[in-house]
Design a protein around this ligand. Structure first.
Ligand SMILES: C[S@@+](CC[C@H](N)C(=O)[O-])C[C@H]1O[C@@H](n2cnc3c(N)ncnc32)[C@H](O)[C@@H]1O
Length: 323
């Protein structure tokens, strides 16, 4: 199967990121089915007109994002995202024997409202905006952005089944969903003027790559907003892994908040601000958990760890300078 590299004379992203994008698109379009072997590095390099080293670097990145798996002496294979071990990768709670829990849900409590004036100032999504959500899950957040009257909202998620669920649940024509990785966003430079990500970055293996890609797909003057939990510093990781299964299993990664800010700075963002919003998150989450059958689970350890200053929930905002 021939794959053509786009003309990259004007493209600003590194060549291996372009190769990643192209390979992701081929996988998403079904050119290589789940579990299928990709052509070898030399063949891909020849077809794309790049060096074997560039292809290798791109495949390493796709392996980090768990889109492909490389087997010694056998080749590179497309990960079957619908296989139970892949599909349950982002399910947070497990039984004590490690098996995924089977969920049913019942609404216990509900609260909501317009963002506060300070949140509105930080997000600044309004009429005509082009918005990207990275790690959109089932698209609930992306669809709620429609209230702000944007021109379009696109959600990307690493997991094809999340993209399929989002497409099924959200039919507004301004809303689209694509498969894509935070560290290889499948859009051209400057495609959006707002980028947000909600409770997803704790899964991203490559935060500096996510920051670079976010900066690239934003137009000059574009705004970035990210909300999720981060570790206080690099010393917090062992204690988080001891008390919270999601860190112990590697589902959540203990990215220190300072490192995330540094990643944004290195990518070229300015006006970087991190605000703790934990007071609006932890108590409500704990109250919800206490009403479920998981009242005695490890999930109740969040608050003690927050109180010890090891982890917190943040809103991070940044700008891409206008020039
Ligand atoms: C906890 S869910 C949050 C979903 C949504 N933002 C919300 O608030 O409901 C995290 C999502 O991040 C996605 N994800 C994890 N790693 C990713 C990556 N490297 N690139 C893009 N999405 C990723 C997961 O598939 C999952 O759907």
């Amino acid at each position: 199967m021939a794959v053509a590299m786009k003309s990259c004379a004007l493209a600003r992203e590194p060549l291996y990121v372009q190769v990643c994008e192209l390979l992701i698109r081929q996988i998403a379009d079904g050119a290589w089915k789940p579990n299928a072997a990709l052509p070898n590095e030399m063949e891909l390099a020849r077809e794309m007109g790049v060096s074997a080293g560039t292809v290798r670097k791109a495949l390493e990145k796709l392996e980090t994002d768990r889109l492909v798996v490389r087997r010694q002496g056998r080749g590179t294979f497309v990960v079957d995202q619908a296989a139970p071990e892949a599909a349950s990768r982002f399910d947070r709670l497990r039984r004590s024997d490690g098996e995924p829990l089977t969920w049913s849900s019942r609404l216990l409590d509900h609260g909501g409202g317009e963002p506060t004036p300070s949140e509105q100032r930080m997000l600044q999504i309004g009429p005509g905006d082009r918005v990207l959500e990275v790690g959109c899950g089932r698209g609930l957040g992306a669809s709620s952005v429609l209230r702000r009257d944007p021109a379009r909202v696109c959600g990307i998620d690493l997991m094809p089944e999340q993209v399929a669920r989002s497409r099924e649940a959200n039919t507004d024509p301004r809303l689209t969903f694509e498969q894509g990785s935070a560290a290889a966003i499948p859009f051209r430079d400057g495609s959006f003027n707002r980028l947000l990500s909600v409770e997803a970055a704790q899964h991203f293996e490559d935060i500096p790559g996510f920051a670079r890609e976010s900066h690239r797909v934003l137009e000059p003057g574009g705004r970035f907003a990210l909300a999720t939990f981060f570790a206080a510093d690099e010393h917090a990781a062992p204690e988080l892994a001891r008390l919270l299964d999601s860190f112990a299993t590697g589902l959540d990664l203990a990215h220190p908040i300072g490192g995330v800010q540094e990643g944004l700075r290195a990518a070229g963002f300015t006006d970087i601000a991190a605000t703790s919003i934990g007071e609006h998150v932890w108590r409500h989450f704990d109250r919800w958990l206490a009403q479920t059958e998981y009242r005695d689970s490890w999930g109740r350890s969040w608050i003690p760890l927050v109180e010890r200053g090891l982890v917190d929930y943040y809103l991070l905002t940044a700008c891409k300078s206008a020039v």
